[in-house]
Design a protein around this ligand. Structure first.
Ligand SMILES: [Fe+2]
Length: 282
């Protein structure tokens, strides 16, 4: 741990103790976790086909259902997503907090199925999906919910005779991510979006012909303070924590702050977030 990180963590822990002990505690526990923010991001790249101009993609991530986020809230989220009229829906991992302790029933499937997008619904594994023996359970649930898994593979998203490539890699922490395999069907000049649960994987992705990486995992830190920022983020979300990163002129990373919480049931200055991307053809 370097000096800056040490100071940040020590100061951060002190502020957490003082700050979250009063009314702020109530706010961080009971108010902010329920305030959904929709972040709108236009995506411009020269190789976006004209047919996809204004094509709308919704990304949601890290619902962590079961840990201070229940199915009633998840149903509200599905209604909100449908109201945004997405063409494509992407889920970037961590459906429930602890798959082996979760009471699975048909309701979660019904909610997943209720989400509508003409060009499909896709998802990738997060570390919590593989953890707690969840690999097969979560896969079956998502499949029943009509979400297609992208585990080191890609699909063409086709519209009016043109397409772009949507790829996804397996979870970086607990899976076997293989970007070469994920991109093996990619053609030269394809506009390509990659789903990777862990944002810091972007340092590898940036060397590949991928224009956009969409990630989650960080939860934006969950608890953030003015001038300090986040106090803690998990491994592989230490460098890229929240928002948009133009890593070079042809590659942009977006990190979604997630919906639920994990470890601690708080959010402070870090609202649950839906991303609404709109492709812009030039
Ligand atoms: Fe997560």
């Amino acid at each position: 741990m370097n000096r800056r990180t040490f100071l940040k963590r020590s100061f951060g822990s002190l502020i957490t103790l003082i700050g979250l002990s009063g009314g702020t505690y109530f706010y961080a526990k009971d108010i902010e976790p329920n305030l959904l923010k929709v972040t709108e991001e236009p995506i411009h790249f020269p190789n976006i086909p004209a047919a996809f101009h204004n094509f709308r993609i919704i990304q949601f991530s890290d619902t962590h259902i079961g840990f201070h986020y229940d199915l009633d809230q998840f149903k509200e989220l599905a209604i909100k997503i449908n109201q945004l009229e997405p063409d494509l829906i992407l889920f970037s991992g961590d459906l429930v907090d602890k798959p082996n302790q979760f009471y699975w029933d048909d309701r979660i499937v019904e909610i997943l199925r209720s989400m509508n997008a003409e060009y499909g619904k896709y998802w990738i594994y997060g570390n919590h999906d593989h953890g707690g023996y969840g690999t097969e359970i979560v896969k079956d649930i998502m499949e029943a919910g009509e979400f297609s898994l992208l585990q080191n593979e890609s699909v063409p998203i086709s519209k009016d005779g043109s397409y772009f490539t949507l790829a996804g890699i397996d979870d970086v922490m607990l899976g076997k991510p293989d970007l070469n395999k994920a991109l093996q069907n990619q053609q030269e000049n394809d506009f390509t979006i990659l789903l990777s649960h862990e944002p810091d994987f972007a340092d590898i992705t940036k060397n590949y012909p991928v224009q956009v990486q969409l990630s989650g995992h960080s939860h934006g830190g969950q608890v953030r303070f003015p001038f300090i920022g986040d106090l803690y983020t998990p491994p592989y979300a230490e460098k890229y924590v929240q928002g948009k990163y133009d890593l070079h002129p042809n590659f942009t990373l977006y990190v979604n702050s997630g919906i639920g919480t994990t470890r601690l049931p708080y959010r402070f200055l870090c609202k649950p977030e839906l991303h609404m991307y709109e492709l812009k053809s030039e």
